[in-house]
Write a protein that binds this ligand. Structure first.
Ligand code: TXA
Ligand code: MG
Length: 314
């Protein structure tokens, strides 16, 4: 896991963005304002960088994250847009609307960022600081709200420091955010739009832009984090705390348990988190009847890994 940081706060400007972009390209996290709340950003194509987000937040589970992009053309590299999605992007981007769409094939987005799902939550933010970082880093940025797990979302740099001081290298201070509530999350779905999280863009606005009705998904994206029915689960039986493979099992190792493949030979929890969903997918796609996973220590990022493994085994 990471050494503690001496967190720097830099006022938004060219120098701050250059510093932030260098950190992003080095696989680090940076807190930065968007028009909704401050986000904790990392390179969405770098699974170890995404693991650092979860590590800094102390998330008990790997919720799928929103991937931020500078424009629609970049979004279309990672997500498949139907006509409804295109109409919504045309109406509300850049702005506080997140679209949940099918991932493109061979997407470079780390599976940890999408929690192993075949969909991706993507948005093009309006705030100039986040836009500047997207352009300067040249990377799509995964960014949940920049607060420790279970704490309220930050709308000022001081709120970020209140729960993440010493856990991240840099906060870009762009003053208070405009909206103060997280983006609306919508999933176009045939002839309806599923509203997964209410936010600054209202159901009336979604309907006006598309002519389609909005269906609010009860117990949707945010109310029950980690409880979403959309979470990835393998189709095969999964046995936990396995120290060797039984007949017909493909063993995913960790540390001393070598397995057929390993989450992390060196018992590095960030590396294990980064590999988790890829290896579950490989296990699911492979020829064996069932999957076994070695014990993972239940501390730090291991708590989130075990949470996810228990859900996958349930
Ligand atoms: O305003 C915002 O959206 C802020 C700023 C930083 O952009 N970000 C934010 O991210 O609120 P976060 O991680 O706190 O919320 C993302 C939520 C997840 O908890 C999950 O419920 C939903 O988005 N989500 C992400 N991917 C999804 C998917 N493939 N399917 C359904 N829901 C998804
Ligand atoms: Mg949040």
């Amino acid at each position: 896991s990471n050494p503690p940081f001496s967190t720097r706060t830099c006022r938004y400007g060219t120098a701050a963005i250059q510093h932030a972009a260098a950190l992003i390209r080095a696989g680090q996290t940076v807190a930065i304002p968007t028009e909704t709340v401050y986000g904790l950003a990392a390179d969405a194509t770098d699974s170890a960088a995404v693991a650092r987000i979860y590590e800094a937040k102390g998330r008990p589970s790997f919720n799928p994250l929103i991937v931020h992009v500078p424009d629609l053309a970049t979004a279309r590299l990672y997500a498949r847009f139907d006509d409804t999605a295109l109409a919504l992007a045309a109406a509300f981007w850049p702005g506080p609307l997140t679209l949940v769409l099918p991932r493109t094939e061979h997407s470079p987005i780390a599976s940890l960022a999408t929690a192993g799902l075949d969909t991706i939550a993507i948005r093009c933010p309006a705030h100039e600081a986040m836009r500047a970082l997207l352009i300067a880093s040249g990377r799509p940025l995964a960014a949940p709200s920049a607060n420790a797990s279970g704490r309220i979302s930050p709308t000022r740099a001081e709120h970020v420091l209140a729960s993440l001081d010493g856990r991240i290298p840099l906060v870009i201070d762009g003053g208070p955010t405009g909206q103060g509530v997280e983006s609306t999350i919508a999933a176009p779905s045939g002839s309806v739009i599923r509203l997964l999280r209410p936010g600054p863009i209202t159901p009336e606005q979604l309907t006006a832009a598309t002519g389609l009705p909005v269906e609010t998904v009860i117990g949707g994206a945010i109310e029950a984090p980690g409880q979403m029915t959309s979470h990835y689960a393998p189709s095969k039986p999964l046995r936990l705390n396995a120290t060797d493979a039984r007949p017909g099992e493909w063993l995913i190792g960790f540390g001393n348990v070598a397995g057929d493949v390993s989450l992390s030979v060196s018992s590095d929890l960030a590396e294990a988190a980064a590999n988790l969903f890829d290896l579950l997918h490989r296990a699911d796609a492979g020829g064996t009847a069932s999957i076994a996973v070695a014990p993972v220590p239940d501390n730090g990022l291991g708590i989130a890994i075990n949470d996810r493994l228990m859900r996958a085994a349930a």
